[in-house]
Design a protein around this ligand. Structure first.
Ligand code: SAM
Length: 281
């Protein structure tokens, strides 16, 4: 049976249809699974946290290749299927939880995983891609890399170079914590049901040392978020509206950094945002 037949068989056997509200698009393309495994570089030394295992297509590869797989799934029906499907694997742990509510640091402690190389792998539910990525990064989960399938448009934003095209506040956040790279474009017919858009597999390698020195990390991200809240406005307007500083204070900083007073946040590099934040301290 190929993956498409297997997926249809499982859906029929358990009488399930994909739940759109939970972003269920099941992978049926063998090449993509291969690419994800190659990109994530999973070995027998690695512990994998899989977000949204669904029917277990990717999980099946992961339990074979990794030392241990911790899978976090919200849908009760998937839990039932996964429990039966992987009952013989003693390196598989299944948690029925909402990924956005999981304290991953706590999970790592509870599962006795400290000291292991931990990698996150997932075909993410698209309706919560950004909150999941933000959570993983802001919680500073101690992982080596995050290999995920996301919508193409989101992949472009997550892997863009700060200060250039296609950026958002999350571009800076990803770039601060990780070295991002795009790996494979995935056409929408690689899933059941087919999503409306194409997807992409990206890998975020967590940095050991951040690319800029900051006096106050929180302030740095507050400034970036405020300047992207109102993309078309100047940095001065964005930051004064968010009450981060007065107009005069920002003008002075921009003059010191030799930046024009009408500069917009989206054209600033990560170094320039760091300089602005450090000047405010
Ligand atoms: N990994 C499977 C695959 O590649 O075929 C399924 C991927 S599907 C795009 C996303 C999965 O995430 C679904 O199984 C869905 O039930 C699960 N999911 C959705 N929201 C979730 C949440 N908040 N926490 C954990 N899992 C969630």
């Amino acid at each position: 049976m190929n993956l498409e037949e297997e997926t249809k068989f499982l859906m029929k056997k358990y009488r399930i249809s994909a739940n759109k509200n939970l972003g269920q698009n099941f992978l049926i393309n063998e090449q993509v699974i291969e690419n994800i495994m190659k990109t994530a570089e999973i070995s027998k030394d690695d512990v994998v946290i899989e977000i949204g295992p669904g029917l277990g297509t990717l999980t099946h590869e992961l339990v074979e290749k990794a030392k241990k797989v911790i899978a976090i799934e919200l849908d009760e029906k998937m839990i039932q299927i996964l429990t039966e499907r992987f009952s013989l694997y003693n390196n598989f742990v299944l948690l029925k939880q909402d990924i956005l509510k999981v304290d991953i640091q706590e999970l790592i402690k509870n599962q006795d995983l400290e000291g292991n190389t931990i990698k996150i792998v997932a075909n993410l539910p698209y309706y919560i891609t950004t909150p999941i990525i933000m959570k993983l990064l802001e919680d500073k989960v101690p992982v080596k890399s995050i290999t995920v399938m996301v919508q193409k448009e989101v992949a472009d934003r997550l892997t863009a170079i700060p200060g250039q095209k296609n950026t958002g506040a999350i571009t800076y956040c990803v770039y601060y914590y990780c070295e991002p790279k795009q790996t494979m474009l995935v056409p929408n017919n690689s899933f059941i049901p087919e999503p409306q858009v194409d997807s992409e597999v990206i890998k975020l390698n967590i940095r050991n040392i951040p690319p800029v020195n900051l006096k106050d990390e929180k302030l740095f991200f507050k400034i970036i978020k405020a300047s992207f809240m109102q993309r078309r406005k100047t940095l001065i307007n964005g930051l004064t509206n968010a009450k981060i500083a007065t107009k005069d204070q920002i003008k002075e900083i921009l003059n010191t950094l030799k930046l024009p007073e009408n500069v917009r946040g989206e054209s600033l590099s990560i170094e320039q945002f760091a300089q602005i934040a450090n000047q405010m301290k």
